[in-house]
Design a binder for this molecule. Structure first.
Ligand code: C5P
Length: 219
């Protein structure tokens, strides 16, 4: 482990998309690359933290120096997160699917003449809200993300209250910003103390800035 202000601290980071199966060969996913989560995990490890990195099937590889737990679905991610606690801080950077397919088929769904299958959905557990609401063993600092396409600040502030987390890092992922799947991010940090707009910068710089803030908060 690196030496630094987070030496002796245990931190959990979720990252990447989730894959929700339709049948054994098909799934529903989203465009998250896992870049921001990987950068955050790497920046925390560089400050000396012991990092558990719970990741869905991301396109960006996990950083060096973290304990990697690989999952596919939201339900698996919740179980992995609960198994990784306790932690001093938890950062939920994963783009968890809001819905899974209810009753995925255990055989490949066949193409049939004259009709497409209708999929039914079930709601996935909200991992961030579940951990934020823990009575016992809640991490001292719980951080969520808000990827919004409009009224970033209003939605992020409401989300912080609804989820019960301590900080929200909000970003605008509208088409044209190039943020989702890109290398840059422009975030707004919402805490109990107020709101901070960070200038557009590389995802690694966002990660370093956030890791520094986490180290200050836990000191
Ligand atoms: O509600 P929304 O998906 O916009 O919230 C985003 C935040 O909540 C992110 O931090 C994400 O990792 C987390 N989340 C979660 N479990 C879900 C949905 C979102 O942990 N099922």
């Amino acid at each position: 482990l690196a030496d630094g202000p987070l030496r002796g601290r245990r931190v959990l980071v979720t990252s990447g998309p989730t894959h929700e199966p339709i049948d054994p060969v098909r799934y529903i996913a989203n465009r998250s690359s896992g870049a921001q989560g990987a950068a955050i995990a790497g920046a925390l490890a560089a400050l000396g933290a012991e990092v558990v990195f719970v990741t869905g099937p991301a396109t960006v590889p996990p950083p060096e120096g973290v304990a990697v737990v690989r999952v596919e679905t939201a339900q698996e991610m919740l179980v992995a997160v609960q198994g990784a606690l306790p932690a001093d801080a938890a950062i939920f950077a994963a783009a968890v699917a809001d819905w899974r397919v209810a009753g995925p088929s255990d055989r490949k769904i066949k193409k049939r003449a004259g009709g497409a299958p209708a999929l039914e959905f079930a709601e996935n557990p909200d991992i961030l809200a579940t951990v934020s609401a823990m009575d016992e063993g809640r991490p001292a600092l719980v951080i969520g993300f808000a990827a919004e396409t409009c009224d970033v600040l209003g939605n992020a502030t409401a989300k912080r209250a609804r989820k019960g987390c301590d900080w929200i890092l909000a970003n605008d992922v509208s088409a044209g910003t190039g943020i989702m799947g890109g290398t840059e991010n422009a975030v707004t940090l919402v805490t109990a103390d107020g709101v901070e707009d960070w200038p557009r910068m590389g995802k690694r710089e966002v990660a370093r800035k956030l890791a520094d803030r986490i180290a200050q908060a836990l000191a």
